[in-house]
Design a binder for this molecule. Structure first.
Ligand SMILES: Nc1ncnc2c1ncn2[C@@H]1O[C@H](COP(=O)(O)OP(=O)(O)OP(=O)(O)O)[C@@H](O)[C@H]1O
Ligand SMILES: [Mg+2]
Length: 334
């Protein structure tokens, strides 16, 4: 049994052999400080965000693409792997994709955690490489393809040809930052404090970063900062646009900067093939059209963009010996 893990800052997805994706849960851990034990991970813990008494903490141990909490990260990985494998005795091989921004020391901790959970061998794969394979692109040919993976913590951009990364860039502007920007905007504009989960829902339901016209809207609830009482307001796509457009422009600028570093033959290929958008952020309403118009290259949202990386980790097993570039730490952890 081979297991592919997309250890994302927002979501963890696990795919197994020929079964496909078997687990898809938020990267959240709930911890009881009094008893010093994990009480829930994933979906169950996510429901507790912002709703716990003092003695329980709910953390996103990988938030913003860094490991903010080693112990919790380890426990989360272990819990997820056990959830998938049960307490069986066989030792799976694991291909794991970790946030591109985490350091070597941190990635070692992640690999150790996977080993503790029973892995025989752990391979790490770079997120854009997994993402583009999961999008169904054949990357073995001498032909340039560009992928833009927009997750919770980071936007990863890479140009890939002949199984290798030619140019790449990673910026810490992605889904979470957009949610925070919405919270800030609603605070400043309407004097209402909303939670980040509420902001995320508003982004999904009412964003239009290409042509806001007031037609997408959502009612959100929060606390009025002056009166201190509950209040609800309607947010439209104009609101969301104003809140997040600067961050979205940063993502697009990062894409432009990768083009500047890319050899011209490959730029020509990308012009022909289009850019592949993957990750949950690829679904940001209007982003594909905005990026196409700003960069001058067609942007295609991959099929089921949020699971591309998890699918890619599974495909990677077939290419472990060929994908040298994507598997940075292979030899280190054998
Ligand atoms: N329809 C949508 N519109 C806009 N954003 C969305 C939509 N659906 C999901 N998202 C966002 O996608 C993000 C999660 O995407 P994904 O699961 O690819 O991230 P991740 O892989 O966990 O993060 P990372 O790759 O940075 O470690 C969240 O910020 C979520 O709000
Ligand atoms: Mg991701």
């Amino acid at each position: 049994m081979d297991i592919g893990i997309d250890l994302g800052t927002a979501n963890v997805m696990i795919s197994v052999g020929n079964k496909g994706i078997v687990l898809n849960e938020p990267s959240v851990v709930a911890f009881n400080k009094k008893l010093n034990e994990v009480i829930a991970v994933g979906e169950e813990a996510y429901k507790m965000v912002g709703r716990t008494p003092d003695y329980i903490t709910v953390v996103r141990p990988l938030s913003d693409g860094v490991i903010s909490d080693h112990k919790m990260t380890e426990r989360m990985i272990t819990a997820f792997i056990e959830k998938v494998t049960g307490k069986q005795l066989f030792m799976p091989n694991i291909v794991m994709c970790i946030p591109s921004s985490i350091t070597d020391v941190e990635s070692r901790a992640v690999v150790e955690a996977a080993k503790i959970a029973g892995a025989r061998q752990v391979y790490l794969i770079e997120e854009p490489v997994a993402a583009i394979m999961g999008a169904g692109v054949d990357i073995s040919k001498p032909e340039g393809n560009m992928v833009v993976d927009i997750g919770g913590g980071t936007t990863d951009i890479a140009v890939i040809s002949m199984n290798g990364v030619v140019t790449k860039s990673s910026v810490k502007v992605a889904g979470n930052k957009l949610d925070k920007a919405i919270v800030k905007y609603v605070t400043n504009r309407y004097r209402i404090l909303i939670g980040e989960k509420t902001a995320e829902n508003a982004k999904i339901a009412a964003a239009n970063v290409y042509s806001p016209d007031g037609s997408r809207k959502i009612i959100v609830k929060g606390r009025h900062l002056v009166r201190g009482l509950p209040e609800q307001i309607e947010l439209t796509d104009y609101d969301i646009y104003e809140a997040i457009i600067d961050n979205v422009r940063e993502m697009i600028d990062a894409v432009k900067s990768v083009f500047e570093k890319t050899p011209p033959e490959l730029v020509g290929d990308i012009y022909r093939n289009g850019i592949y958008l993957t990750g949950g952020g690829a679904m940001l309403y209007g982003l594909d059209r905005l990026m196409s118009s700003q960069v001058g290259v067609t942007c295609n949202i991959a099929n089921d963009p949020i699971s591309c990386v998890a699918k890619g980790t599974r495909y990677a097993f077939k290419n472990i010996d060929k994908l040298l570039d994507g598997f940075e730490h292979v030899s280190m952890y054998k």
